[in-house]
Design a protein around this ligand. Structure first.
Ligand SMILES: [Mg+2]
Length: 237
């Protein structure tokens, strides 16, 4: 409050906006746990037996939907496996919130702790997809965060432009595993800080010409340091 706020474009302070898939939510873990539970439910002794059926069901799902819709996947899986297990019991596995919560990166929770609890910095989780699957994940997040009693807003399935517009006047830190998204965001608002999370050093998985993110990190917790350093820097100015 010491500064003349009218001359300060970032008068509302920092906000950290995080992408969901492969940034805070690990899809491979989700799929592994989901498949392990289905293997047991359908009574296969070996997961390899289950997996060959699951691949077929995945294929059919993609042909029908264009993406992995777990509800449609279960429908195909039930047909292919000729199981007597009722569809509702298979869906129970899918709608179990712990499946989603276990698929959140540990480091994401640590980051929320550092930013929201310790520093009172708002955090947002967004997904640009419009898929039902995303909605389920978002709902699970809401549950999880309510348990933690943290004030984290779930932006949900919005367009990047709308997400950024919500935070006019904030210093936005945008975190994503895809440089294409970061580049698009920077094009929409040049004053944001872009952070590319590259956990397994999968360099150029999503190659973007003529773009470099402001930061490249391997662990989400690094974001807390980046934001703090910037804040201290602003105070010295
Ligand atoms: Mg992502």
């Amino acid at each position: 409050m010491k500064k003349d706020q009218s001359s300060n474009r970032h008068h509302n302070g920092p906000v950290v906006i995080l992408d969901i898939d492969y940034t805070v939510f690990t899809s491979p873990t989700f799929r592994r746990n989901f498949y392990t539970q289905l293997t047991e439910k359908l009574g296969y002794a070996k997961e390899s037996e289950f997996l060959s059926l699951a691949r077929k069901a995945e294929q059919q799902t993609k042909e029908e939907e264009g993406y992995f819709n777990p509800t449609v996947f279960l429908k195909h899986l039930k047909q292919i496996s000729h199981t007597d297990v009722p569809a509702t019991e298979l869906e129970q596995i899918l709608f179990d919130e712990s499946l989603y919560i276990e698929s959140v990166y540990e480091e994401a929770r640590s980051l929320f702790q550092k930013l929201v609890i310790e520093q009172d910095i708002p955090v947002n989780i967004f997904s640009t997809g419009e898929k039902k699957f995303h909605k389920q994940k978002m709902d699970a997040f809401k549950e999880m965060l309510q348990e933690d009693q943290t004030h984290i807003e779930i932006v949900g399935m919005k367009r990047l432009r709308d997400v950024l517009q919500n935070y006019d006047g904030y210093h936005v830190y945008l975190v994503d595993d895809l440089p294409t998204i970061l580049k698009e965001a920077k094009g929409l608002r040049s004053d944001i800080t872009t952070i590319w999370v590259n956990k397994d050093k999968k360099t150029e998985k999503d190659f973007v010409k003529n773009f470099q993110s402001d930061y490249i990190i391997e662990n989400l917790v690094e974001i807390a340091t980046i934001v703090s350093e910037k804040m201290w820097g602003d105070n010295i100015e």
